[in-house]
Write a new protein. Structure first.
Length: 363
């Protein structure tokens, strides 16, 4: 693929996660042409390091020869560092802009990237800080003709989810009765993957009611917003299925979903083996299915490729689907702070707090 035919990508945010996305861009033969960060020195440092991301990932950078370094810079030219997103328009047309900043800035930066004419905007999870911000992102991208996607749906491209969805749909575990999900992380971090996974495994269903209890004893603030220590979220789906989601604790997997049916059960894990196992009536033990091992960024690589190329399968993942799997996060915070269950067909007015104490919460 010649430089003229390569997809042109820009990064907004040059923190740790940007290295993972940079590797995905290089693997796909795309060209990273521009980067920016709130800290200009971070953008400049990332631009300098970009050609050798692969060597650094393989822990080979320290023994590379000078000719090898020159070759890498020829294959992966360093992007230009810009002081702001708006200045990126000097880089020329962009096939995709990746928003890799902290959540409070996601809405604003996504809208600005769409206004610049980017064909696609891919935002890191979580999507935003409120339902209103999600709506603004969807509306703005739609008006400017930009495809919007959020990375918490990227893991649904992993094989264990496609196989798990087939198992549920085929009725091998009978009619679904209960869903349990858990993560050692928090609502604003890994729970977005869990909500997306639940809705993906049960297509056509949606959450109708939710009630949450959060333990915020430590009052931790990270990535620009408040975080809970633990959370227990009870929810009901439109067909009467009940479920519970836990944060801050381990289960059969650090990040996993279990679906219990009338004739069996299924467990799907995001990152730890076994990534998928199930048992059905008439069997005496779990059947373990082991999809190919991920190299750590396979999902992001496939997601970027699918969104930028408008792959038919990836078209099912968009701003609307991302919002559907983000709303339970806002509802959980609002339910906890207002001490009442949330009806999901009613507008959610709550915004995830950026710091403690949480204003507007019940005493």
């Amino acid at each position: 693929m010649t430089a003229q035919n390569k997809k042109r990508v820009a990064l907004v945010g040059c923190g740790t996660i940007a290295k993972t996305h940079g590797l995905a861009i290089q693997d796909l033969g795309m060209q990273c042409v521009a980067v920016t960060d709130l800290r200009p020195e971070a953008a400049q440092a990332y631009a300098r390091a970009y050609p050798e991301l692969r060597a650094d990932w393989l822990q080979a950078a320290e023994w590379m020869t000078a000719p090898a370094r020159l070759k890498l810079r020829e294959i992966f030219p360093a992007p230009r560092a810009y002081a702001s997103l708006e200045e990126m328009q000097d880089a020329g047309p962009l096939d995709a802009v990746l928003i890799l900043t902290w959540p409070p800035s996601h809405c604003d930066l996504t809208c600005r990237a769409a206004a610049l004419g980017a064909k696609a905007v891919l935002c890191e999870k979580p999507m935003a800080m409120s339902a209103a911000q999600c709506d603004k992102m969807i509306d703005t991208c739609g008006r400017h003709g930009a495809r919007l996607a959020v990375y918490h749906e990227s893991m649904l491209l992993l094989r264990q989810f496609s196989e798990a969805r087939q198992i549920v749909a085929s009725g091998q575990i009978g009619s679904v009765e209960f869903v349990r999900a858990n993560t050692v992380s928090t609502l604003m971090d890994w729970s977005a993957y869990l909500w997306a996974g639940i809705l993906h495994l049960l297509p056509g269903r949606h959450i109708t009611r939710l009630q949450a209890m959060l333990d915020c004893t430590r009052q931790v603030t990270t990535f620009g917003h408040a975080q809970e220590d633990h959370a227990t979220v009870h929810f009901t789906m439109d067909n009467g299925i009940h479920g519970v989601l836990f944060t801050g604790q381990n289960g059969f997997s650090p990040h996993g979903i279990r679906i219990d049916g009338s004739q069996g059960s299924l467990e799907v894990s995001f990152i730890t083996a076994p990534t998928l196992r199930h048992w059905c009536a008439g069997t005496s033990s779990w059947r373990v299915i082991t999809p190919p091992r991920s190299c750590g960024y396979d999902d992001r690589r496939a997601f970027l490729e699918g969104v930028v190329s408008a792959d038919p399968f990836c078209r099912q993942f968009n701003g609307v689907t991302a919002k559907a799997s983000t709303l339970p996060i806002f509802a959980a915070w609002q339910s906890h702070c207002q001490r009442r269950p949330m009806e999901m067909d009613q507008p959610l007015s709550w915004e995830v707090p950026e710091r403690y104490p949480v204003r507007g919460a019940a005493d």
